[in-house]
Design a protein around this ligand. Structure first.
Ligand code: AMP
Ligand code: ZN
Length: 157
């Protein structure tokens, strides 16, 4: 199992640093963020060290998101959150500060609870969407085949 001696989340996974754990199994750990943006803000991590979302094997991604769903449901049932944001940052450009994959599960109480996702949309036509979609499809290998099959099925309907 990958482990980084200098990684704070690896240390939490090995209980070398304490945290408020809310869920644990062999592969996944969920604990409260030490600097919560709202009450119950939880981080779900793989115990194994991966730098970010894009580096994690798909079977583990599924497990992490399955746990994130349970946490979100518990936040709404037990903390009486009105909603939840699920977020993972990839690389510094996206705000990642801890370079060990983690998913933020952020309960929302109302739109003035201190958390703000500021989407500023570009005007329609700023990007040529078919060209952008074409470029992205070039980057999909396995999924590309799936997309093409999906398009074909629509063509036939
Ligand atoms: P990100 O900006 O997505 O990399 O988020 C990293 C998060 O880890 C931040 O929200 C920090 O508050 C949180 N964090 C850093 N150190 C700890 C720690 N020892 N225990 C719990 N959360 C932590
Ligand atoms: Zn780590």
């Amino acid at each position: 199992m990958n482990y980084d001696d200098n990684c704070i989340f690896c240390k939490i996974g090995r209980k070398e640093i304490t945290s408020a754990i809310v869920y644990e199994d062999d592969e996944v750990l969920a604990f409260l963020d030490v600097n919560p943006v709202s009450k119950g803000h939880t981080l779900v991590v793989t115990k194994e060290h991966f730098k970010n979302f894009n580096e994690v094997p798909k079977n583990l991604i599924s497990k992490v998101f399955s746990v994130a769903q349970m946490i979100s449901q518990a936040q709404i049932m037990e903390l009486h959150a009105a909603g939840c944001n699920i977020l993972t940052n990839i690389n510094e450009a996206a705000g990642q500060t801890v370079m060990h994959f983690h998913v933020h599960v952020i309960p929302r109480y109302d739109q003035t609870d201190g958390f703000n996702l500021d989407f500023t949309p570009k005007a329609i036509g700023t990007f040529n969407l078919p060209i952008v979609a074409g470029d992205l499809k070039k980057g999909l290998s396995v999924s590309y085949t799936h997309l093409r099959a999906h398009e074909t099925r629509h063509d036939l309907v």
